[in-house]
Structures are given as C-alpha cells and as structure tokens.
Design a protein around this ligand. Structure first.
Ligand code: FES
Length: 150
C-alpha cells in the first residue's frame, strides 16, 4: 500500500505493507539512520520517535498508523539546522558511552520538555525510564536534561 506521511516536515510517500514497522520505513525507505533498532519488541526505547507529537516505539508501530501523520526523528529535532539544546547538553556532559540508545533517550527527553518546561528530577527520571541504556549513562542523562532546564 502507499503510505503518505511527513518526516521531519518533509512529505513522503512509501510503497510498503501497512504492517511494516515505522522504524524500517524511517531507516530503509527514507534513509534516516539515527533511529535505532534495539529489541524490536517495544521494550528498550532505542527506536523512539515522535508521531503527531507523541513519543512512540517505531519498531512496534505499523507504518499504516502514521498515514497522514507527522513524524519527527532525531535528525529533525532541531528546527534551526544546528544542535537542539538537548543535543548540545549531551555533548557538553559527555553523556553517550557506546551511544546506541541515545537518540531514543533524547527523543523521550525532548517530549518531556515540550510539555513541561520546568520538570523536576523525578519528572526527568520518569520520562526516560522506558529507555534502556546498557552502558548505564542514566545519571549523565538526568544531569544533561537538568542543565537545559536550569
Ligand atoms: Fe523499539 Fe526496542 S527497538 S523498543
């Protein structure tokens, strides 16, 4: 089927099975590789993108659910062509270790900040609690988000 959606503000039409995971459309059809495959079962958060403003696990979101929708990936998070403040904070605080989960972490944190400009530490922890990091960068993630809020 033909599925039309906007990815990072750009209209796209892809010819795929409707139950194809949004993740594979983003990576393989559209060519944006910043969104990662971790578990493929909606458990780890590595594949987090925003669909119509809400964070979703793109590995377990059929692309047909995104028909006519707006998808934002890590590549489109910044609106000015530079780094988003969270990405800048990630650099300044040296958050990533292997880096694999970090785009999903940032997308979850970005959703929090879009809806709560002054989150508490508990709010931040809750917002990223569904994003697993096998390197254990959690404390640096929270510190980096806090630095954007301050
Ligand atoms: Fe989607 Fe793990 S790859 S939640």
């Amino acid at each position: 089927m033909a599925v039309s959606l906007a990815v990072n503000g750009r209209k796209q039409t892809v010819e795929v099975d409707g139950d194809t995971p949004l993740l594979w459309v983003i990576r393989d059809e559209i060519g944006l590789k910043g969104t990662k495959f971790g578990c493929g079962m909606g458990l780890c958060g590595a594949c987090t993108v925003h669909l119509n403003g809400q964070p979703v696990r793109s590995c377990s979101t059929p692309v047909e659910m995104a028909e006519g929708g707006d998808v934002t990936t890590i590549e489109g998070l910044s609106s000015n062509g530079g780094l988003h403040p969270l990405q800048q904070a990630w650099v300044e605080h040296g958050v990533p270790q292997c880096g694999y989960c970090q785009s999903g972490q940032i997308m979850s944190a970005a959703h929090l900040l879009q809806h709560n400009s002054a989150p508490s530490r508990d709010d931040i922890v809750a917002a990223v609690s569904g994003n697993l990091c096998r390197c254990g960068t959690y404390s640096r993630i929270v510190t980096a988000v806090e630095s954007v809020v301050e």
